[in-house]
Design a protein around this ligand. Structure first.
Ligand SMILES: Cc1ncc(COP(=O)(O)O)c(C=O)c1O
Length: 305
């Protein structure tokens, strides 16, 4: 480990070796970089425990299969590499990414079948979509004029790097005194935003878009909680109108859990405070983390802080 890097800034796994995240690099000609020909997944560590690690790795495999990629690592080996990144970083709360790229084509070839797929991973300090104040008071959102890439073009259920629509949506949000956009589908429905799914609450019932979205792990967790709590919840098309008229709106993401939205296009929801259903689900999300629900303890060994 180089002296000039603090392991707690992040550790990566590249070309079979663990290196400081700041020194990790990929070849410029990897199609993952020049063609967005890649898939990835992000799992988090909270209080020294991975949350739903096996489920995230399973989803990563589903994405690879859909893109006709494969790696010479078993699920257990991937889990071990991710764990080793976290262990070496010493981080108790971490954002842990696994990436599979198409790799480097043979000289003069455009045939993706000839590429050897590559695996990259890293652990870095936990990333939040919302800062402390936004988590307490809610986020400001805009209904973006940008359409989310159509699922007929790129399967949004496969976690991908096609983020230009989401990124332009972020600019639109900042231009309009907000921090997050929700993208639309061009047919009157909402889809998702940069790094999150969206839920609306109306008369105590939940709904979340069922199409043209990435099926987030936090979304799945909330759907499970709703089942447990007896809250009706349907993945189904959600119109822009429904969003405007909702009693409560919240986001779900690995990067922060259940996050309230209290302003949309300048309209204040619920007196500008997170609503009761949002709060209940958010509290349950973190309570489950503290109980160790669906989580895996990391053995930090001798370097435990
Ligand atoms: C486009 C998109 N939608 C939704 C999500 C939320 O998924 P998860 O809850 O698994 O973090 C993400 C996560 O990065 C995402 O990139």
């Amino acid at each position: 480990m180089s002296e000039k890097h603090n392991p707690a800034d992040g550790i990566a796994f590249v070309n079979g070796a663990y290196v400081p995240l700041a020194e990790a690099s990929i070849p410029l000609v990897d199609r993952g970089f020049v063609r967005s020909d890649a898939t990835y997944d992000v799992v988090h560590v909270w209080n020294g425990r991975f949350f739903r690690l096996d489920d995230y790795i399973e989803r990563f495999h589903d994405s690879m299969r859909a893109l006709r990629m494969s790696l010479p690592f078993s699920r257990e080996q991937i889990a071990e590499i991710l764990t080793e990144c976290v262990r070496r970083s010493g981080l108790r709360d971490a954002y842990v990414q696994m990436t599979c790229t198409r790799g480097i084509p043979a000289r003069g070839s455009r045939d993706p079948r000839q590429c050897e797929n590559r695996f990259y991973a890293f652990a870095q300090p936990f990333v939040w979509i919302a800062n402390e104040e936004q988590r307490r008071d809610g986020l400001k959102m805009v209904i973006s004029s940008v359409q989310r890439i159509a699922p007929e073009a790129v399967d949004t259920r496969v976690k991908n790097f096609h983020w230009l629509d989401l990124t332009m949506g972020i600019f639109e949000a900042y231009d309009n005194d907000a921090t997050v956009p929700v993208l639309v589908d061009g047919k009157g429905h909402i889809t998702e935003g940069p790094g999150f799914n969206i839920f609306v609450v109306q008369r105590g019932e939940l709904a979340t878009p069922d199409r043209g979205v990435f099926e987030g792990m936090t979304r799945r967790t909330v759907l499970e909680f709703a089942g447990e709590l007896g809250i009706a919840c349907a993945p189904r098309p959600v119109t822009i109108e429904e969003l405007r008229e909702a009693d409560e709106v919240f986001l779900t993401s690995t990067a922060g859990g259940v996050l309230p939205v209290t302003v949309i296009d300048g309209r204040i929801y619920g007196n500008g405070k997170p609503g009761p259903v949002t709060q209940r689900l958010s509290e349950l999300y973190w309570a489950r983390h503290n109980e160790g629900w669906k989580s895996k303890v990391i053995d930090y060994g001798a370097q435990a802080a």
